[in-house]
Design a protein around this ligand. Structure first.
Ligand code: ZN
Length: 199
């Protein structure tokens, strides 16, 4: 994932180690990730760059399980394609994670939602040009000048989540991240349902 000059680079401190994830959580993640993959909301572009990621909260300390980087091309995922985000710092764009893969470079967009909304247990980031063009600036939308994977994007998400009506919608459009959308909810079913029913 390239970063343009002037941005604080995403810095992933990776503890490469097998994690004993809760099997039920992985089962749910695989189930919904595969539905989103079938709809091409998670996948890979012709140039080989993967897109989209999915996560669930592990605990009240805002630790979560997220799809690893470079897993967009996989038709099916298994336990080793996930990483646990142990801690993070929004201001310095840093993540500490454990797993057989590194956490997605978009993990901080998930992290800020868990940190801001204690009731949220699932966050889903997908790409879709049709829905993005249709809903940009109609649904709550982050500033077009804000690039993905930056502390500024996390702050933008946090700004929008401070508004109760935005929180109720369970979805944000990422104005400065072409095709990008972020949905969240009490469960994966709820978060994915919002995306899949959005025409
Ligand atoms: Zn993205």
């Amino acid at each position: 994932m390239s970063q343009e000059e002037g941005y604080i680079k995403f810095n992933c401190h990776w503890n490469q180690q097998t994690v004993n994830f809760p099997p039920k959580a992985i089962e749910q993640l695989n189930h919904w990730r595969s539905k989103l993959y079938q709809q091409q909301l998670i996948g890979i572009y012709p140039d080989g760059i993967g897109f989209g990621n999915i996560s669930v909260r592990l605990n009240k300390d805002n630790q979560f399980i997220v799809t690893g980087s470079a897993t967009g091309q996989l038709v099916e995922t298994t336990m080793e394609h996930y990483a646990r985000v142990d801690s993070f710092r929004i201001d310095t764009n840093e993540v500490w994670c454990t797993g057989q893969v590194r956490a997605s470079s978009e993990s901080l967009s998930h992290a800020i939602v868990y940190q801001t909304l204690r009731e949220v247990n699932a966050v889903v980031h997908v790409h879709d040009i049709k829905r993005w063009e249709k809903w940009k600036n109609v649904l709550p939308t982050t500033a077009e000048t804000t690039a993905y994977g930056t502390p500024e994007m996390a702050m933008e998400i946090s700004r929008l989540l401070a508004v109760p009506e935005n929180r109720e919608k369970g979805i944000l459009i990422m104005g400065g991240h072409r095709e990008g959308m972020l949905a969240f909810g009490k469960s994966l079913e709820e978060a994915c349902g919002i995306l899949l029913t959005l025409e």
